[in-house]
Design a protein around this ligand. Structure first.
Ligand code: GLU
Length: 364
């Protein structure tokens, strides 16, 4: 009887220890807080997570209606995970994301990350351009502390709004010490994506984000965090890019390829001042001969021309059906057109050869 009790106590103890090992510890003691919980700063930029509709079953809604304080108050469960402080950086639908907000956001993240009492940062954002903002921050913020972005597909007033649980999970990841050094992460619908890999794949479905080429970094269920691996590509403290002394980013346009394409839009982009052009090509970064000729003409004149693909997954290789070496073009490799544009804008802050530009696409 006694032996059986000892046995079940042991089994209980093993179960507790196993749970403790398997479930990452969210509550870490940090200096500067009297709760013993880590301090996580929430930077709100708007999006559907802060959106509101006229009724709970209405498709039409307006992004960026709810302020950061309301957002924090709506998910009191986060108080178990971290001490939260909120700041409103912007309150826009992410279709309106712009360089002014990007530069402000990146600088604020760098400032906060340098503060001793800040353990992690959560950024709320619209889903439309979260992949671009995440990748931009991944290249220019200089910290190993967790930077976690989150969003929602349904407005805060909707039936089964997805924002509150996404926000709770994002705070759990930002408060988790194992999230450190993995670059900027995006937590949506229970999945943890790397900034370079995720992309929005459905206009309306809650399960919209995939990392189709290289897969997930981890998952999170009701605050229980699991990491599978690190992100792909150099990031944050290992990135050679910096915003020090940068007041503006160069113009780079993305142009989609299609049947019967000519060079008119490529010429127009260059005439409008583009220092770089990214083609969202068909298949493996292909386009009509007319478009290739237009690109080669501008590449010769010093405009950086990158071939990416309008296809949702797969690598765009160098010199496959287009002779990049001969024409002076760059292949986007694993980056989709919108992320190739982000990397190119940062790359163009300084003069670089095509060989060096291709190296950047290999490494980031
Ligand atoms: N247009 C909205 C935005 O990006 C919709 C996407 C969302 O947040 O779900 O802000």
């Amino acid at each position: 009887m006694v032996r059986r009790n000892v046995g079940s106590a042991l089994i209980g103890l093993i179960a507790v220890v196993t749970v403790a090992i398997e479930r990452p510890v969210h509550a870490q003691t940090q200096p500067g807080t009297n709760t013993g919980l880590p301090t996580v700063v929430v930077l709100a930029t708007g999006g559907t997570i802060a959106g509101a509709a006229g009724s709970d079953v209405q498709a039409a809604y307006k992004s960026g209606q709810v302020g950061v304080d309301q957002l924090l108050a709506a998910v009191p469960q986060t108080k178990k995970l971290a001490t939260l402080r909120g700041e409103q950086v912007a309150n826009i639908g992410s279709q309106d994301m712009n360089d002014e907000v990007w530069l402000k956001l990146a600088r604020r993240v760098n400032e906060l990350a340098a503060m001793k009492d800040v353990s992690g940062i959560v950024i709320t954002h619209g889903t439309d351009t979260i992949e671009e903002t995440a990748y931009f921050l991944n290249l220019v913020v200089k910290t190993r502390k967790p930077i976690v972005m989150t969003a929602a597909m349904r407005p805060s007033t909707a039936l089964s709004a997805d924002g509150p649980l996404n926000f709770f999970n994002a705070v759990a990841v930002a408060a988790n010490k194992d999230a450190a050094g993995r670059g900027v992460l995006v937590v949506v619908n229970d999945w943890i994506h790397g900034a370079s890999s995720l992309t929005k794949t459905s206009t309306t479905a809650v399960q919209t984000f995939l990392s189709p080429l290289s897969g997930l970094i981890g998952s999170v269920a009701y605050g229980g965090v699991e990491f599978y691996r690190g992100p792909v590509g150099r990031h944050t403290t290992e990135s050679e890019f910096s915003l020090d002394g940068v007041a503006a980013l160069p113009r780079v346009d993305v142009i989609m390829a299609y049947e019967n394409m000519d060079g008119v839009l490529i010429d127009a982009a260059v005439a409008a001042g583009a220092k770089g052009v990214v083609i969202a090509g068909v298949g493996n970064g292909n386009m009509t001969a007319s478009a290739v000729n237009a690109l080669a003409k501008h590449a010769k004149a010093g405009v950086v021309c990158v071939r990416a693909s309008r296809v949702v997954t797969g690598r765009v290789g160098r010199n496959v059906e287009v002779d990049d070496d001969k024409l002076g073009l760059v292949a986007s490799l694993d980056l989709n057109p919108q992320k190739a544009r982000v990397l190119l804008r940062l790359a163009l802050l300084k003069q670089r050869t095509n060989t060096e530009l291709q190296r950047l696409f290999e490494e980031y």
